[in-house]
Design a protein. Structure first.
Length: 158
């Protein structure tokens, strides 16, 4: 998919999660989200040892087949993205926690507040990850597809 389309898709998903987190009903401008950087959780330009490690831990998965999958992408503020760089997921998790965008920060940690809050309701649709593998990318991909179906829910015409 072309980068601008990927950025738009991720922007809509990120905005949807932020609105749900804050209990908002009406979306505002996407400008804030479309100016963020596309982060490859499994790095786009990995060190050789990271590539070898991923392929050793996921014997039937080729690194290059997973690095551009939707489940491997998130939006991140530029300063945080620079620091996260091409490190492994366990190192990047600390940086993801710093993101003000819940779809990204929830990769590292799910926040719970009270009972039956807007935060806890969106948490039912998200998950955090302890490690990053081919299975994790597939699980997150499926999660994002379910969110997309909610974002673009339509009603049948009569």
């Amino acid at each position: 998919m072309q980068q601008y389309r990927t950025r738009y898709l991720l922007a809509k998903l990120t905005q949807f999660v932020d609105m749900a987190y804050k209990g908002l009903k009406t979306p505002g401008s996407l400008r804030e989200y479309t100016s963020l950087e596309i982060e490859h959780i499994l790095p786009n330009n990995p060190q050789n040892d990271l590539r070898r490690s991923f392929e050793a831990d996921n014997p039937y998965a080729r690194y290059d087949d997973y690095k551009h999958r939707l489940g491997n992408l998130t939006l991140l503020e530029k300063p945080i993205n620079i620091v996260a760089g091409n490190d492994c997921f366990t190192t990047k998790k600390a940086e993801y926690r710093k993101s003000k965008y819940y779809l990204t920060s929830s990769l590292a940690e799910i926040t719970t507040v009270g009972q039956n809050t807007s935060i806890n309701r969106i948490n039912e649709k998200l998950r955090s990850f302890d490690n990053w593998s081919a299975a994790s990318i597939k699980q997150r991909h499926e999660m994002l597809i379910k969110l997309a179906l909610e974002v673009w829910t339509t009603s049948p015409m009569n």
